[in-house]
Design a protein around this ligand. Structure first.
Ligand SMILES: Nc1ncnc2c1ncn2[C@@H]1O[C@H](COP(=O)(O)OP(=O)(O)OP(=O)(O)O)[C@@H](O)[C@H]1O
Ligand SMILES: [Mg+2]
Length: 619
């Protein structure tokens, strides 16, 4: 018999006493409530009833006139008895249900097992159970069979080591030996039957079957995710590299620009002095030194400009096979006898738009590097091909657009490079060669020229195995331009009128001096506006405009365009040590304007002036 809750008897008794003293409906309801509470609390109707009799009994013998409570108590008893019946009935019913359900238990157990098996077998993720000691597969699911390509019977004869690349097997054994009860999300490389290596994230859970420890493994193929993460990392790296090169390029270009004006003055003055000094004059030697040093500085400046993509290129439509064929003999000479040269030229090679002289320089620089990488001989291969760059490859190689390209590959069997070196090779002045052997500008120049021509450079190299540089140029459909060879003018002198426009006063003075010495009549202006006024006020013919390209307010080409309207017969020669994207797009000059690269020397200036006046200079 269940125990009455603490103080219940007292509270119930008090409720009944209150009712006897004041037989109101409220007091009766209070007493009933107490009884009902006891029943719902599971105390049992019988116990409540017994208590009721006991307590009510005290009141049945109450004095005359108090019979009403007795009737009420009898009604309550009837109510309690029916609740008792209800409780019993409920008990009986649940007993019945239990009997019924135990009949279905076996069926349920069978159904449950099947459901669990289906959860394993039909699971879309590859799963298996393996023996921890032998690593043998105990059972594999359907997804594993589909994903890895082995049949169930094959799996039955295999161990975990068979789905690992061999170099990962020691790590696998080590990991299983140290594995905890539950392994969460470890990355591994697995090998499918067809040899494909996939990246998987593995979760494992260990349990016992009899005396054996087995592990349930869930393998999630994340190769696609790993690939895209890797591609993203590469793109970021390339972007950072491109930004770095851009910054270094801007710096180099800026320095080169100012240097070219200074060198124009130094070189030209040295040349002019040498012209004036007699061969026996003792000062001649010093001036020669000045000229030589300035010449070397000019070379360096030109290389920096090339790297910074501010050199002015004069692009033509060219056939790279022809360029290679023309260079063949020279290349043989460069590489020497120990290196074997192989040319593989694609038939029907597409054309590209590039500056032929610069492309030759690119090839030379790559070939010299290849030779240096093969000190004891080897093989140098130059190869051309038509290549279609698809979206994916373009994404992989920053700065390359999808579409038809012409590829030029320069490959060697030399010492190769590690990744650290590869990351820096295009930086100006980066060299691994000993002092005095390399300036570290070769590849910077390659990089600058190829980029400026709209192409890109891809490098493949492995230490000890060799290196391959692949240059990709966008393919164009136009016919090859005829490359006019410039005929050396017979004389460097003339009597024509030249309008010289240059904002740097010293350079202007030197250029004026050179031209006058060579017989020309020189009009000069320090900017475009002045030049236009001068033209308007000059009644006689002006044969040639020699103008700096980069000037404040009005650029050289812009001045030329405006003057062409009032003096259409006047020829134009632009000179610059630097180009700016806003004036000459990507440093590629309008091909019908003749162009002279600074620093000036008396020789280069007078020759170009003569060429343009005689109608051979442009293009
Ligand atoms: N084919 C190659 N094989 C191995 N390493 C190379 C190859 N080409 C370039 N390198 C590496 O890249 C570095 C930079 O090359 P780069 O042509 O810019 O300069 P350099 O050859 O050292 O000097 P420079 O060309 O100015 O005389 C080299 O010093 C070398 O370490
Ligand atoms: Mg080099």
């Amino acid at each position: 018999m269940s125990q009455l809750p603490l103080g219940f008897r007292e509270r119930y008794g008090a409720a009944l006493d209150a009712y006897v003293a004041d037989p109101s409906d409220d007091a009766l309801a209070q007493a009933h409530e107490m009884g009902r509470l006891a029943v719902t609390a599971g105390i049992g109707v019988a116990e409540v009833a017994r208590l009721h009799f006991e307590l009510v009994g005290r009141h049945v013998t109450a004095p005359e006139g108090t019979s009403r409570p007795t009737q009420r108590a009898a009604a309550f008893l009837a109510e309690a008895a029916s609740a008792f019946d209800d409780e019993l009935g409920e008990l009986r019913r649940s007993n019945e249900a239990m009997k019924q359900s135990s009949l279905h238990l076996d069926e349920l157990v069978t159904q449950g097992t099947e459901r669990y098996r289906a959860m394993f077998d039909d699971n879309p993720m590859p799963m298996w159970i393996y023996d921890r000691e032998t690593l043998a597969f105990v059972v594999v699911n359907e997804a594993a069979v589909r994903h890895y390509g082995y049949a169930r019977e094959e799996f039955a004869t295999m161990t975990l080591a068979d789905i690992r690349p061999s170099e990962d097997v020691p790590a696998l054994r080590d990991n299983v030996a140290r594995a905890s009860h539950f392994d969460e999300g470890r990355m591994w490389r697995h090998r499918k039957k067809d040899g494909t290596i996939i990246n998987v994230e593995v979760r494992a859970h260990e349990f016992q079957v009899g005396k054996r420890s087995v592990r349930l493994v869930l393998s999630n193929d994340v190769s696609e995710r790993v690939r895209s993460e890797e591609a993203l990392r590469k793109t970021e790296e390339q972007l950072r590299h491109a930004q770095k090169m851009e910054a270094v390029g801007r710096l180099a270009g800026g320095v080169a620009h100012d240097f070219n004006n200074l060198l124009s003055v130094i070189l030209s003055c040295a040349e002019l002095m040498l012209d004036d000094l007699k061969p026996v004059e003792p000062m001649r030697q010093e001036v020669e030194h000045i000229r030589k040093a300035a010449g070397r500085a000019a070379d360096l400046t030109r290389q920096l400009l090339t790297f910074s993509r501010h050199q002015v290129l004069e692009p033509k439509i060219i056939d790279l096979n022809e360029v290679l064929a023309n260079m063949d003999k020279m290349l043989q000479r460069i590489i020497g006898v120990d290196v074997q040269l192989e040319l593989v030229c694609a038939a029907a090679l597409g054309r590209v738009r590039a500056d032929p002289g610069s492309i030759e320089q690119v090839i030379m620089n790559l070939v010299v590097n290849a030779r240096d990488a093969m000190p004891v001989g080897g093989k140098l291969m130059l190869e051309t091909a038509n290549v279609m760059v698809d979206e994916e490859r373009a994404r992989e190689h920053f700065g390359t657009n999808p579409g038809p390209h012409v590829m030029l590959a320069v490959s060697d069997t030399g010492i190769g490079m590690d990744r650290v070196t590869q990351a820096r090779i295009f930086e100006p002045f980066f060299t691994t060669k000993e002092r005095g052997k390399g300036t570290g500008l070769g590849l910077s120049i390659v990089f600058g020229i190829v980029q400026q021509s709209g192409g890109s450079v891809w490098v493949y190299s492995e230490p000890g195995k060799g290196t391959s540089f692949k240059l990709y140029f966008p393919r164009v459909d136009e016919a090859v331009d005829e490359v006019r060879s410039t005929v050396r003018p017979a004389t460097l002198r003339g009597t024509e009128t030249v309008l010289l426009v240059e904002d740097d006063e010293q350079v202007r003075a030197v250029a004026r001096g050179i031209l006058r010495r060579h017989g020309y009549h020189v009009l000069e202006a320090s900017n475009g506006g002045e030049a236009m006024l001068l033209c308007e006020g000059h009644a006689r013919p002006i044969h040639l405009l020699v103008s700096d390209v980069v000037m404040p307010h009005m650029s050289g080409p812009e001045l030329a365009r405006r003057l062409a309207q009032i003096r259409p017969e006047m020829k134009v020669l632009c000179m610059s040590g630097y180009t700016d994207d806003s004036i000459v797009r990507h440093g590629v000059m309008d091909s019908d304007i003749a162009y002279l690269q600074k620093p000036l020397t008396p020789e280069t200036l007078t020759r170009k002036v003569r060429e343009v006046l005689d109608g051979r200079g442009a293009g």
